[in-house]
Design a protein around this ligand. Structure first.
Ligand SMILES: C[S@@+](CC[C@H](N)C(=O)[O-])C[C@H]1O[C@@H](n2cnc3c(N)ncnc32)[C@H](O)[C@@H]1O
Length: 298
């Protein structure tokens, strides 16, 4: 969705697409930094579940932070990777809460610069505990087995190849390390991630439902549409139109959406093998439909 049009026969087509998407994200992050309007709308949509300090560009709320903290089981000094970190609030909050070190990465250089600038606020005694880089979900450039935990909030759905992105995030995990990742699907659809999880050599440890997530998006998109003129004025027409396009496109798909936090673990010892979570409390219907579109904008 909303990918720039490029010549698919060109040798560096994928690179062009990624560069185009990075530019779009850069424009959005730069625009958001000029006004608190978008943050105010997130706060209104989330109500008391809104963790204001995070300033997330996602569905990250207090329940998600609590779940991620509990599922990652990080110890002080261990490395957490925040994949598709945006402006870094999720990873920085988790690093401060757990004593972990943090490596964040994102496609958008502007988001990465904004994230780096927030380190002293979250980690005043040791801002060097957190570093950020420009990188791709499918090719992070980080060392194999470097991370005890990986968090990926509302970013995996943006990967050009989700399977490749999952394999890359799995590669980063040390034995026993965990990846927590948000996913969403339409009501009644069968989860489409099992094969990708198996192929990545991970074990599905937990599937936690996020029952408030769809209604939050419904409220937020409604607020964006209600504030369309203000968004155009304060963000500029380009970023505002992208947000409004997303709101109009995704809003009708939200009814019946199921949102979860997956906890995927690299086996502590021995070769990676297939595995399934024991906590899959989900409505299942035989007529599997494709996953609902995930958000594309910060
Ligand atoms: C909805 S935002 C979520 C940001 C952050 N996780 C949060 O919770 O605030 C999605 C992020 O994924 C990043 N992104 C999209 N495609 C990516 C890719 N292929 N590789 C790395 N980052 C990507 C975008 O730049 C954006 O910052």
């Amino acid at each position: 969705m909303m990918k720039p049009t490029t010549n698919p026969t060109a040798p560096d087509h994928d690179g062009d697409v990624r560069a185009g998407r990075a530019v779009q994200y850069d424009k959005l992050y730069a625009a958001r930094a000029r006004t608190d309007l978008v943050a105010r709308l997130y706060a209104e949509a989330m109500g008391e579940d809104h963790p204001a300090e995070i300033a997330a560009s996602s569905s990250c709320d207090w329940p998600l932070l609590g779940l991620a903290t509990a599922r990652l089981r990080l110890a002080p000094g261990q490395l957490l990777v925040d994949a598709g970190c945006g402006t870094g609030g999720v990873g920085l909050w988790l690093a401060r809460a757990t004593g972990a070190r943090l490596q964040g990465f994102d496609l958008s250089p502007i988001a990465v610069a904004q994230a780096a600038a927030r380190c002293p606020h979250f980690l005043p005694a040791g801002p060097e505990r957190a570093v950020f880089r420009v990188a791709e979900l499918e090719d992070t450039g980080l060392p194999t087995g470097c991370a005890h935990g990986v968090v990926c909030v509302d970013a995996l759905g943006h990967a050009g190849d989700r399977g490749a992105a999952l394999r890359e995030l799995a590669r980063l995990l040390a034995p026993g390390g965990r990846l927590v990742v948000t996913r969403a699907l339409r009501r009644g659809a069968q989860p489409g991630w099992h094969e990708q999880v198996d192929a990545a050599g991970l074990h599905e440890e937990h599937v936690d439902e996020r029952p408030g997530e769809p209604a939050m998006w419904e409220r937020l998109y409604g607020l964006w549409i209600d504030h369309a003129d203000q968004l155009r004025t304060e963000l500029g027409p380009g970023p505002a139109e992208r947000m409004l396009h997303e709101a109009h496109q995704v809003l009708p798909t939200l009814r019946g959406r199921r949102a979860v936090l997956l906890t995927l673990r690299r086996p502590p010892t021995g070769p990676a093998g297939p595995g399934r979570a024991v906590t899959m409390a989900a409505p299942k219907e035989p007529d599997a439909r494709p996953a609902a579109p995930e958000r594309i904008l910060p």
